[in-house]
Ligand binder design. Structure first.
Ligand code: ATP
Length: 373
């Protein structure tokens, strides 16, 4: 992809052991993260986990008590926001409603004392990138939420920062527009090639946008990696439950070599052994994602159900059935009273399973993930 003229040299952002307390409360507790140059890194976690405080420390609005923050080769601890090569887009956009779109974008540039002759060209370029060419004269108070969001982006990008910081930028938009705008954010970020750090509490937003995803809980990093690594090999029960929908099934480990043999769901299963599973573990939790259970009608005379190495099947009773158009979701009670969420990606309305139906579940054993308790 051709890099825009607006791009500056992308720089990595490195946080090493960063800590911040407010009074006695530790808001950020030893965070070590690298946001690689030109990539989009998300900080995702529940309310109060410390993601905004982390972002504000990168932007220079709060100073860490311990640890180091580097942008490129430069340690920026103690450097005020105006002297960092970062720009933040806030939740509320902070536009001047009485000013035109052009003036809102030019404002950021004038503040950096850019040469006057360069201003019109740079503003036009920023507005082109965010898809607002032609709206320069419109007052920003007359824009839709999505358009205001784009102006806020243009205003941040026009100064050619090395790092773009986004704090829940889509939270004021309705559900459909959020999805449209997140695709737009990704397009803009990739066109400009700017190192971007994005705070959200929405795990789906984080997964769909991230090159690198950092899951935070109670001021700490619980796990970081590619979105599929975090989803498929969660490091903890917290991560498995926060990212996506999950079934947690209690399991007893009988033996563990390259694979683990476990007792779970009233049967014996041979499941993949995660590299960090201790040798002496006995009690564990089997993580089963709803899309790795396939539901079908109960078969006559299939008691006990057939099993091969990769698939285990169980009978169960549907206790909840919801049709969502593109998918159906079920809750199915199986042996020993466990209830499992099941996701059927291609439901056929007429063949939908109803509450009370007995069904067969087929589990992709190799897609399960074992966590030690
Ligand atoms: P949210 O999604 O709700 O914004 P967050 O993950 O961004 O949450 P932070 O805003 O970073 O979390 O807050 C982390 C913790 O620090 C919370 O317990 C919060 O109450 C506390 N905190 C944040 N800012 C301040 C402040 N200025 N003074 C005192 N406590 C604060």
């Amino acid at each position: 992809m051709t890099r825009s003229a607006i791009a500056s040299d992308p720089q990595p952002v490195v946080l090493n052991g960063v800590r911040k307390r407010f009074g006695k409360d530790v808001a950020v507790d030893g965070v070590t993260v690298t946001a690689r140059a030109g990539e989009l890194t998300t900080l995702v976690g529940p309310s109060g986990c410390g993601k905004t405080t982390t972002l504000r420390m990168i932007g220079g609005f709060i100073d860490p008590e311990e640890g180091e923050i580097r942008i490129g080769d430069r340690v920026v601890n103690g450097v005020p926001p105006s002297r960092r090569s970062t720009r933040t887009v806030f939740q509320n956009y902070a536009l001047f409603p009485h000013m035109s779109v052009f003036e809102n974008v030019a404002f950021g540039l004038r503040a950096t004392r850019a040469p006057r002759s360069e201003i019109p060209g740079r503003v036009e370029e920023a507005l082109r990138i965010v898809g607002l060419s032609g709206l320069e004269r419109r007052s920003s108070g007359q824009l839709s939420g999505g358009q205001q969001q784009r102006v806020a982006f243009a205003r941040a990008l026009v100064t050619r920062p090395e790092v773009l910081l986004l704090d829940e930028p889509l939270s004021n938009l309705d559900a459909k527009l959020r999805i449209q705008m997140r695709t737009e954010i990704r397009r803009i970020q990739q066109e400009v090639g700017i190192t971007t750090i994005y705070v959200t509490h929405d795990q789906e937003e984080a997964m769909s946008l991230s090159d690198h995803m950092v899951v935070m809980n109670q001021g700490r990093v619980e796990q970081q990696g590619l979105p599929h690594e975090v989803y498929e090999t969660p490091a903890s029960r917290f991560v498995a439950s926060f990212i996506g929908v999950t079934n947690f099934v209690p399991a007893t480990v009988a033996s563990a070599d390259e694979a683990a043999e476990i007792e779970a769901l009233g049967t014996t299963l041979r499941v993949p052994r995660p590299p960090d599973l201790p040798d002496d573990v006995r009690s564990a939790t089997l993580v089963i994602r709803p899309e790795h259970l396939h539901v079908g009608p109960a078969k006559e005379g299939a008691d006990p159900p057939a099993r091969d190495a990769d698939v285990a099947s169980f009978q169960g009773e549907v206790v909840l059935s919801s049709y969502l158009g593109a998918a159906a979701s079920y809750r199915v009670r199986v042996a020993d009273g466990e209830e499992l969420f099941v996701h059927d990606p291609a439901p056929h309305g007429a063949a939908l399973h109803r509450v009370g139906d007995v069904v067969t579940l087929r589990l992709d054993v190799n897609r399960t993930y074992l966590l030690s308790d």
